[in-house]
Design a protein around this ligand. Structure first.
Ligand SMILES: *Cc1c(COP(=O)(O)O)cnc(C)c1O
Length: 385
């Protein structure tokens, strides 16, 4: 045991070129939002095949921006899965909206389209969709409901950079879509995010909101030939991405296809090694045609018939120097929300009590994947006593 190295839950893959890229920004004297962010936004546009992309400081700030420019206001009800990171919900509450928690689908772990309609009231303004783990949500069904009741859809695509739904990249729909480039995501700028808008009007509103509500950003204010003039249109926030962060993103982008392939190899290795274990439920590929899972997370369910519980497996793997995680503890069971929104979400609660997310990143070796598989098979079949 002493000689075995700890396998962390996550380790970002940062190409060597990042040093040159960051040095370029430092040497240029322009370190915050400037030419690199512009290049980064353009590069994202080319991948997602959509213009009007605004880089932000995080997905959390992108969500705040999306909710605000959708005119979600105080008292508006927003239908949102409880099975997500608290950020999705917190930003709704911080603008005074009321989250109406909805259950998830048993297989995709994304919002259950059949659990939406009966939660709609006169106050309902929007539906927030989370593409869990990189699995695209069932957008056709959700779009139909939104159209029928004239609701806005916002997509939390924090896990879904490079996910494909029915032949199109997540982010290329007409809905405001928010990405996360946080350190543990499948693509990273250390801290960062982006909001994908559908037209120049939305894009302008987003750019103003993330820059104090000022109608001109710093790069035009301080560039040669610029003007000192600026105008505060409404009190905004400071949610811009810096050129240093964009440099990290730009150095990673050329490797997206290679990274995807490496992640897919690990996913297939896990699946092969765990498929015959009847105490587990493994994640599936998207159940729609021409669709691709981004495999940000590989989340397994430990069934009640298993000889060890989820919590026992978590500790057992930790004792064996393997880091795992749980995505997510449902929001409607968190201290702040359980007092306010009493709701029972049977599928969310069941799945949340059974899941564990396994290490999944480009540099994870086959030997380590095999060790993880062996330990999981051992513990679920024999118990850990
Ligand atoms: C990580 C995450 C966020 C927040 O992303 P940040 O970039 O860290 O702000 C939001 N929603 C989901 C589903 C996430 O996993």
């Amino acid at each position: 045991m002493k000689n075995i190295k700890y396998i962390p839950f996550h380790k970002p893959t940062i190409p060597k070129e990042v040093i040159t890229s960051i040095k370029g920004s430092l040497d240029s004297g322009w370190i915050t939002t400037g030419p690199k962010v512009k290049r980064f936004e353009k590069a994202l546009s080319e991948i997602i095949t959509k213009n009007n992309i605004v880089a932000t400081s995080s997905c959390t700030s992108a969500l705040h921006t999306a909710y605000t420019i959708s005119d979600i206001n105080k008292g508006d009800e927003v239908i949102v899965p409880s099975f997500t990171f608290c950020s999705t919900i917190n930003m709704l509450v911080n603008i005074g909206a009321v989250p109406i928690f909805v259950d998830i689908d048993e297989n995709s772990y994304c919002i259950d389209p059949n659990d939406i309609e009966h939660r709609i009231t006169k106050k309902t303004k929007a539906i927030v969709v989370v593409h869990y783990a990189g699995m695209p949500a069932d957008m056709s069904k959700i779009n139909k409901i939104a159209k029928k009741y004239k609701l806005i859809i916002i997509e939390d695509a924090a896990h879904a950079f490079t996910s494909i739904y029915k032949g199109k990249f997540i982010g290329s729909s007409k809905n405001l879509t928010c990405f996360s480039f946080y350190a543990t995501k499948n693509f990273t700028t250390a801290e960062g995010g982006a909001i994908v808008c559908s037209n120049i009007k939305q894009e302008n509103r987003a750019r103003i909101f993330i820059n104090h509500g000022i109608s001109k950003n710093a790069s035009t204010r301080y560039a040669q030939g610029g003007t000192y003039q600026y105008d505060v249109l409404s009190p905004g926030y400071k949610y811009n991405l810096s050129d240093i962060h964009a440099s990290i993103g730009l150095s990673q982008l050329p490797y997206q296809k290679v990274f995807r392939k490496q992640r897919l190899n690990i996913v297939n290795r896990y699946k092969n090694g765990l498929i015959n274990n009847n105490y587990l439920i493994l994640p599936t590929d998207p159940p729609y045609p021409n669709s691709t899972h981004a495999w940000h997370l590989f989340t397994i369910q430990i069934l009640p018939s298993s000889k060890c519980t989820r919590d026992e497996l978590f500790s057992f793997l930790m004792q064996n120097k393997i880091g795992t995680s749980v995505h997510y503890i449902p929001n409607h069971l968190q201290t702040y929300y359980k007092g306010k929104n009493k709701v029972h979400l049977p599928i969310t609660e069941k799945i949340a009590s059974r899941i564990i997310s396994l290490p999944l990143y480009e540099s994870l070796s086959n030997t380590n994947v095999d060790r993880i598989i062996k330990l999981i098979n051992y513990a679920t079949k024999n118990g850990i006593k």
